[in-house]
Design a protein around this ligand. Sequence first.
Ligand code: GLN
Length: 483
Amino acid sequence: MHQLTLAEIARGLADKKFSSEELTKVLLARIAQLDPQLNSFISLTEDLALQQAKAADARRANGESGALLGAPIAHKDLFCTLGIRTSCGSKMLDNFKAPYDATVVAKLAAAGAVTLGKTNMDEFAMGSANESSYYGAVKNPWNLEHVPGGSSGGSAAAVAARLLPAATATDTGGSIRQPAAFTNLTGLKPTYGRVSRWGMIAYASSLDQGGPLARTAEDCAILLQGMAGFDPKDSTCIDEPVPDYSASLNGSLQGLRIGVPKEYFGAGLDPRIAELIHNSVKELEKLGAVVKEISLPNMQHAIPAYYVIAPAEASSNLSRFDGVRFGYRCENPKDLTDLYKRSRGEGFGPEVQRRIMVGAYALSAGYYDAYYLKAQKIRRLVKNDFMAAFNEVDIILGPTTPNPAWKLGAKNSDPVAAYLEDVYTITANLAGLPGLSMPAGFVDGLPVGVQLLAPYFQEGRLLNVAHQYQLNTDWHTRTPTGF
Ligand code: GLN
């Protein structure tokens, strides 16, 4: 039963082949048996899950239907969950029980999804390897000595290991797409403003966006349907009708114009990944797509701009964790300054502290113009490059990452080496565009992802291209040995 996709689960539940309660019990047992190897969960919510599963079964018995009604999922541990620990992977929030549900959590619960637990993540979503979590590193089910990617590494490892069919995640600079690539999943970062950020603990507010991680594009469509939509509680959420994503999966790719940026294939890209990306292009050509070389001339400036803007916003967002109102408080503070300093010094891990310092520096008087303002100008140039490219093509295609998943610990002593791995993903966040990563093959037994980018609000186009590709390839069906 654990091999079923969300779409298959929906059919099985509708056909009364099994109940949500039965399925939930099977998956909870599987998590108990296998997750100690992976560490993909921070908290399990067995009681809530069984209660939600029974309620979903009752709703179905009463004639209700819906693709998410009774579907087991998990939430990245930065989505607030009422009365349940919401740690953000940090000691700072180890004791924090959210007083309300995030909009995404509430919407999915209303659609009948069953929450099995909260997944592990990099502390405050800062990282690309899931090694900065206070709760320990997550292992990649494809090779337990390698990282699963980050910051949504727990969601990715759990879905890849078939502990559950799909999970929520967030992407500030690649944290849905990169772990999807590293674990052979399909992951979608929606357009900025498509999914409410209300109740999602902020890292960099102008870049953060929630989205689905699953095995197939078909399942991403189902989960995104439950997450997307206008929310008056998030002032950056956009009031744009939500299309039927599952209905968008049957479009022909005849004449689809695919742009492949020449800058993507420079030094730094593993040549074996380059070959797999070219193979995926050929596959789409067979389906009728036409390929064109394009240029994104400002791409080289994106990493430095992102690593100014994201820490700047983080330094502001994380100032609320002061030891006074919620979260960790140091023992026996001498005075207020000591309380602030030690609560933050003891509650935040090293990567978070590094970014708060970088961000506070970039925003300080005298440096603001040189760093923050300059980075914002680069951000506009990156966006303009995309706007020009989308005048010529419908989709932009390239690698999701320059290398496959690295070994645990391999980049711990050199944070910049990890930052450089974000080269293909962060531009979409700077521009606010939707992006998807899907399985495209293997290098040394480790999965490789191909990334697709589309114009604003064209999530349906991304899902359709990925679905057509998945109907004609079987990379996404491969299962890691032992799971
Ligand atoms: N790796 C990037 C960072 O550390 C992206 C993280 C994310 O998308 N949350 O900032």
